[in-house]
Design a binder for this molecule. Structure first.
Ligand code: SF4
Length: 109
């Protein structure tokens, strides 16, 4: 399966996302259920409040993503302990945009 990962733009400055790539490739943590996946897109939210995620998620689905994944920086606040206050709204908007059938994974590790 191919997945598109959305990450927090605020966290980009200090995190290369290497753990996301590792757990995806090895089928660990959030990917234990799916098994190893190919990361076909790794995009940021575009900055607060994350409105650009809707269009970016839609494009990743059009280009082959079978699931949209929220990196743990968004939902869990990794690695600095500050989760995104806009996560719920972002998730709902993306779900409406890509359709209820699309798999959304709420964290990576
Ligand atoms: S909207 Fe959320 S995920 Fe995006 S930069 Fe702001 S805190 Fe980070």
């Amino acid at each position: 399966m191919k997945v598109g990962i959305i990450r927090c733009q605020q966290t980009e400055d200090l995190c290369p996302g290497n753990t996301d790539f590792k757990v995806a490739a090895e089928g660990l943590k959030a990917f234990e259920a799916t098994g190893p996946v190919e990361v076909m897109g790794f995009v940021s939210c575009g900055g607060c409040p994350g409105k650009r995620t809707v269009a970016r998620a839609r494009v990743m689905v059009e280009r082959g993503a079978g699931a949209i994944v929220f990196a743990s920086c968004i939902s869990r606040g990794n690695p600095i302990g500050m989760a995104c206050p806009h996560f719920s709204a972002m998730r709902e908007s993306i779900s409406r945009a890509v359709g209820a059938d699309m798999v959304l994974i709420d964290y990576t590790h």
